[in-house]
Every structure is written in structure tokens, then in C-alpha cells.
Design a protein around this ligand. Sequence first.
Ligand SMILES: [Zn+2]
Length: 412
Amino acid sequence: MNKEDKQVQLKNYNRRSVLNYIRKNKTATKAGLASATGLTFMAIKKILEELEELGLIRCDEMEKVSVGRRALTYAINESYRYTIGVHINKFVTSIALMDLRGNILASERCGKAQEFQSQSSFVDTIVEKIEKLIRETGIEREKLLGIGVGAPGPIDMENRVILTPPNMSLLNYLPLAEVLERRLGCQVHLYKDTNAIAFGEYWDGEGTDKSNLIYIDVDMGIGSGFIVDGRINVGANGIAGEFGHITIDMNGPLCNCGNRGCLEAMSSGIAVLRELSQQLNYDENHPLYEKKDNLAIEDVFDMAEKKDLLTLSILNRSAHYMGVAVSNLINILDPDIIIMGGIMIQNYPRYFSIVQSVANTRKVKGAKENVMRISSLNGNAGVIGAGEIVADNFFNQGINEVFLKHQGDGRE
Ligand SMILES: [Zn+2]
């Protein structure tokens, strides 16, 4: 590499650092950027001018920095490009068109994936909804950076295929990234749903001021996503985060995965349903006795609200196991924050408080207390995170082409 190439590389690295700092912090001042990047005030000033000229950032109104003093603030130009996020879960598929600051401009939903006639009718519907979003928002197609998809795992990251998600056989071996790329003519990034949710929390939810974050989904199944130093950690084979399948009791109940006593077999919605159904065999006077072989998770939440002792004891025990598992996670990873979501957390508030108190009691000394939060993105974290995956790819890789073109135009 000659000296000039090295200089260009360094320059682009500094520009990316500035852009990513602004992106993470939503707005930034010159002084804040200088202290965060270690660059001189003059260097920051020049980079900001270039980025503004390229249309990547905009200078906002003044921000009050101290009594009587105001400073210019810079933000990502949200309408420079757009992204689309798709989040597929058991209950709904959410699709959103977003700007570069993660704001949802328009969104669509389609029903349960499992209830579609075929894979092709499911894909057709997603394509139609995306086309509709592009049409209705009126964005120019060439400004669409790509599509991020968060889908139920396991995912073959290398071949970009959904493998065999539990209870969603319609999606088995669907090469969704490739199919959508062919149909829509733009780049598609396929990730496990919990990774997309974790990324949404990192950029726009409870983790915006953190670097190391864990998201735990306590739904009918249990999953998780890890963000390490701002990046999704997919592991060596793309399966990292299978937190639901750590063993809590080696002789415990059989899990979907074939092992015994997994966390999912003891703390998930399915585990609670199974346990309640079994216990009802011994309680003929229970209001749910007649329904014991056909229980829905809504029955559980309904009974919990009515303070039914049997239901509460099962729910609380399942939360207790989760607390033990979370204390193990804290001890191993020492994260900045753990965010919890999913139907169990949303519908039974005591679940979270039990997990928090058990985890606080059992974690090693020195680990931070109360690192846990409840997701505040109202179920939108997955779709936002899927879009942010596309934006992230642009700000770390695609952006180099923008810089290259800028140099090619002879403006340097
Ligand atoms: Zn398992």
C-alpha cells in the first residue's frame, strides 16, 4: 500500500468514526466529537464540512451547552437514504420503512406466517407490502439501502436460509434473503429475530447509551441476542444466543430440542402451559379443569389476574428459574444492561421483578445491581433493529463507496 492509500484509509476511518458517533448519540457538538475521537477541533471541523457537503449530516439549531453558551449540533441527515425492516414472529410479520435515524415512516403487518397456504404466498405478501410502503411514502427507489429481516431461528447465516424454526414449519429451509433480493432488486440481510430485537434496543431502545447489551425474549419459547461493543455477536456458526437451551436441571422436563431441563422447558410460555395442564389433573374443582388439555397462554394470564394460587405458583417458579439463568449470564458476561421482552414479561409483571431479585441475589459480588430493564419499544424493537442492521452495514461498509465517489469527482 502506498503512502497516499494509507492517508485515504485513515481519512475514511476518521470520517466513519465521526459518523458513527453522531449516529449513536443522535446529535453531537464539535467539542463532543473531538473528545470522543481524539481528533483535533480543526480536523473535526473539516470532516463535518465534508460530510455536510455529501449530504450525510445536517447542522441543527443551536444547543445550549452551558449558561449563556450555545453550540452547533450535528445529526445524521435522516432522509439521505432509507431502510426496510421485516420482523417475523409466531404471531405477526411486521414490515416498516425507516429513515436513517430509525424513525418509522410507514408500516404494514401480515398475519401469522404459519397460517399462509405456502411459502410462496407468504413471500408474495411480504413483497406486496414492501412495494406498497415504497409507493405510499414516495421515496425514490435508488435511495433504498436494502432490507433487514429478523426471522425465527435457527438461521444458516452462511447460506442465508431459515432452517427449522419450532412450530413454524411453513418457513422450513426458506432461502428468504435470496428470494427477496431477486424479487425486489436490493440487498437483504437475514438475522435471527432475537438478534434484530437486541440491535433495535441498542440503537433506539433501552440500550442507546450502552455498548454491551443482552436481550432476552421470554415468549412461548426463549431466545436471546447479544450485542458486544456495538456489534451483533452471532458466534462461530451463527447460533450464539440459544439461551433457552442452557440446562437448568439435567433430569428436568423434555425440551423441544431433545435435551432435558433446558431453560425453555422450565421458564417459557410453553413450559408454564404444560405444567399447569399437568397440575390440573389433580384439581377437579379448578375453573380450568375442563379445559386442561386445551389451554391457551391467555388462560394463564387471566387466572394470574384473578390471583389463582396454582397458576401464580407455576408462573413464579418459572420466573425463579429464569432469575437463576440470568445470574449465570451476568457472571459470565458482565453486560452493561439486560433487556427483557416477550409475552411473559408483558402480561405478567411479577415475572420481571422475580427475575431481577433472584439475579441480584445470586450474581457474584462486584457485578452491577439492577442491570435489567423491560423493553420499551412496544414490540417494535425487532422491525427497527432489522432496519438498523441495513443502516449499520451502510455506515460501516457502503459508505466507503460514497467517499470513493467523492474523491473521484475531484473534490478533494
Ligand atoms: Zn432445549
